[in-house]
Design a protein around this ligand. Sequence first.
Ligand SMILES: Cc1ncc(COP(=O)(O)O)c(C=O)c1O
Length: 377
Amino acid sequence: MRPPVEPFYAMEISRLAHRLKAEGRSILHMEFGQPSTGAPTGAIEVAHRVLDRDPMGYWDSPDLQAALSGLYKRRYGLVIDPKRFILTCGASPALVAALASNFMPRDKVVTARPGYVAYRNTLKALHLTPVEIPCGPSTHFQLAAKHLEEMEEAPAGVIVASPANPTGSIIAREELSRIAAICREREILLISDEIYHGLSYGEPAETMLAFAPKSYVIGSFSKYFSMVAWRLGWLLVPEGEMERVRAFSANMFLTAPSLSQHAGVAALDSEDELEGHVAVYRRNRELLLEALPKLGLTKFAPPDGAFYIYADVRHLTDDSMAFCKELLIATGIAAAPGIDFDPIDGRYFIRLSFAVSTAEVEEAITRLKTWFASRTD
Ligand SMILES: Cc1ncc(COP(=O)(O)O)c(C=O)c1O
């Protein structure tokens, strides 16, 4: 028997979008969670210089580890030993390393539903048991301490994500602290996916490390730093666990790309430019939150951060995949179907990424208005 692999439905939407584009249609790509901007200018300049003079090889950049430690001091006021950062090819291998180095086959790991599709699939691929907890409006579409309290048998681990994908919702500081306390009490290993930190529209997201120093924290250059294709991220490992986890990570992935590590140091020093992107997302979010209710889309998960709107479309469909195809063919707007994030209730939701230009968001709103008007005629 071979392990089943679940499809990534947004890919199918994206393939259709590219086919339509090749046929001459104008397409607005809002299906993937990736900034439409490139890497910061300083990062690109450094990369050019390095390419010209450095043959490069397997490498862990001490400068990047030090610069990440600086980021944690700036953002959260925490002093972190730079050696605790394991540099990875994005958040994805950081998640694999955290899971593989801490759990045994069949161990139960809790995640929120809706949640990032790779959690479920990675857990299954590692022969772990995902336990998806339905999280709706009553808990801000997020895991809460009470979910872990109520479980008869404590799971081996839990993955929290704040801001989350697909919802953008943020877990409040007090709740993070309660989650940390229950995990301590019930000996549940905490993995905190903080890939969307830096992208919040109210209070900034707090790191789980502030409450649970023994948690594993995942970060990446893919989102705030606008460097998704550079495949660079990190796993911040608790004190005393470094050598063990580094051994896992090195066996599975060797090192992160050297060129990206050089560029990453410059990216960490590019806050002005990156805050410019956040200002664009903020404006895009405002425009969508103003326009969508006028089209009858009134129910969303709270989009506190990241760059997504996870909208409830149950009054229009019970098949989000068919709905996304129809939307794409009619308007040229590519969106992700909720079934990517929630195998049960996702059929009632779509996710729109607003990490595009404001002109594209304005165009999307105009097309949606026309489409919705024609549907109600
Ligand atoms: C919540 C979450 N975690 C991890 C990842 C993987 O990101 P990376 O590109 O750093 O591997 C993503 C990508 O969309 C994500 O949304």
